[in-house]
Design a protein around this ligand. Structure first.
Ligand code: EPZ
Length: 449
């Protein structure tokens, strides 16, 4: 499969949908104080929205994050005749009683995000065949989907990769099988789980990913009548069922959004309460913040971060859950830059997740990347600059850096941030941040504004 560039979508028309000409302007250097409520988890929402069509029924999904990756997921379904209706801002009804398996004119849409690959598992489960545009998403080097394909093939599907389309079919129906994952993959674990739910017989996924969104997707499917056990462990067992039914289901809180705000609190030196979280999901993050000298207070559904002085250095390696999340790599690198001493940050999941380092260096960070390890010399304070959001979490890291740095920071390519952070400007304004989003008419924004 070809390697996808970081800017998904190719036709000028489709680019217009996601490329909003906007930038973020921050006047940083102020401590932030107050409470931020976390939204539903992006990486669970995109899986559950697409999996809902396996029910051939009406599903009501609550706590849906209003972000562009969710909009794209819903568009992918609408393009196939599924009826989508918002009941309130964060609750959507997806009625897939009628769905067209032959419509696939939305290939450009599929390329606008990574999770469109879940449509392959979902459509295979529903129709025994799937034709879906190749996924896009953030650029961290190669992002193969060989483990997804291996799993579908083990269940009896033929998978043909056309230049821009994944074509899968199981003419004799899907049959339960044993699937050993060569790498721990969130996407492949969920996708094979989807395909196996209505297969004939039992499927066992070994070396499965443990992420909370794997568990949330399994819980959703079980609520629809699936028979999945072991989600959250190495071994997931799926007994095929004939039929699913619609449900009302609330998505879990987003641990990466929560972790980003915790780091923001530590970086800006105020006191931030992050609510609507599952504190257990944040253990790997709060442990490292405490090791750096931040104070963490926990209650049932909230975690509060504050600091009493400069933070100290730390070493971190990103790993699959319950390890320190790769999706917190860029934000943590900002905090390491603000700390005292030399930290190391090793990326254990993606081939290349350090593209943002060049942007951070424009703000005065001292970072050396060798292979998969960044050596980060603490500089105490960053300076404001004009930077780019090179991908979703890199963009979040630029916001953290901009809010910590004295002066005016401008962040370009904001559409990456909008893929995964709901209403981030208002959430941050509510805790005292001086941050705004501005449109750039004709690409010529007057800097004096
Ligand atoms: C999910 O991507 C997330 N995306 C990513 O979040 C996240 O960084 C990643 O998991 C790791 O936690 C969604 O859930 C939509 P993987 P996914 O398959 O599923 C290798 C964010 O910022 N691999 O777990 O695509 C792969 O190269 C995003 O929210 C194979 O070799 O990631 C990587 O090294 C960005 N073959 C490792 O496994 C495969 O078939 C983990 O990838 C699949 C993956």
């Amino acid at each position: 499969m070809k390697n996808h560039h970081h800017f998904p979508g190719s036709s000028p028309d489709s680019e217009r949908i996601t490329l909003r000409m906007e930038k973020i302007i921050i006047h940083g250097g102020k401590p932030l104080t107050g409470e931020i409520a976390v939204s539903g988890m992006k990486n669970a929402a995109v899986a559950i929205v697409l999996a809902s069509v396996m029910t051939e029924d009406k599903c009501v999904i609550e706590n849906l994050p209003r972000i562009s990756d969710v909009d794209i997921s819903l568009e992918l379904l609408r393009a196939r005749g599924v009826r989508v209706k918002f009941l309130n801002r964060t609750t959507v009804e997806i009625d897939s009683t009628v769905m067209d398996s032959e419509l696939y004119g939305e290939d450009d849409l599929a390329r606008k995000m990574r999770a469109s690959y879940y449509l392959v598992g979902a459509l295979l489960a529903r129709f025994g065949k799937a034709r879906v545009g190749c996924p896009g998403g953030c650029d961290f080097g190669a992002r193969p989907i060989d483990q997804h394909i291996k799993g579908f093939e083990a269940l009896g599907a033929d998978v043909v990769m056309e230049p821009d389309v994944i074509n899968a079919s199981a003419s004799d129906g899907l049959k339960g099988a044993s699937v050993y994952m060569d790498v721990v993959s969130v996407g492949a674990t969920i996708n094979v789980m989807l395909a196996a739910v209505k297969a004939d017989g039992v499927t066992v996924i070994e070396n499965a990913a443990h992420e909370p969104h794997v568990v949330d997707t399994a819980n959703f499917l079980n609520a629809c009548g699936a028979d999945i056990s072991g989600a959250g462990t190495d071994t997931i067992k799926i007994k095929g069922v004939k039929q699913l039914h619609g449900v009302t289901y609330a998505i879990i809180p987003d641990m990466i959004e929560a972790g980003t705000f915790l780091i923001l609190g530590a970086a800006t030196g105020g006191r931030l309460k992050i609510s609507n979280v599952i504190p257990k999901h944040l253990d790997s993050i709060t442990a490292k913040l405490e090791e750096m000298g931040a104070t963490i207070e926990q209650d049932d559904e909230a975690v509060t971060v504050s600091t009493t002085g400069p933070l100290s250095r730390v070493n971190i390696k990103t790993q699959p859950y319950p390890g320190f999340p790769t999706d917190m790599n860029p934000q943590m690198c900002v905090l390491m830059s603000l700390a005292q001493g030399v930290s190391t940050l090793t990326e254990g999941v993606w081939e290349n997740r350090f593209r943002y380092v060049e942007e951070l260096k424009r703000m005065g960070a001292k970072i050396k990347v060798e292979g998969r390890t960044a050596t980060v010399e603490g500089v105490g304070a960053l300076n404001a600059a004009q930077v780019r959001a090179l991908d979703l979490r890199a963009g979040a890291a630029m916001i953290v850096a901009g809010l910590a740095a004295e002066g005016r920071t401008e962040i370009d390519e904001v559409h990456h941030i909008q893929r995964g952070y709901e209403d981030i400007i208002h959430k941050l304004e509510s805790v005292g941040a001086d941050i705004r989003m501005v449109s750039i008419p004709d690409n010529l924004f007057d800097k004096a504004n």
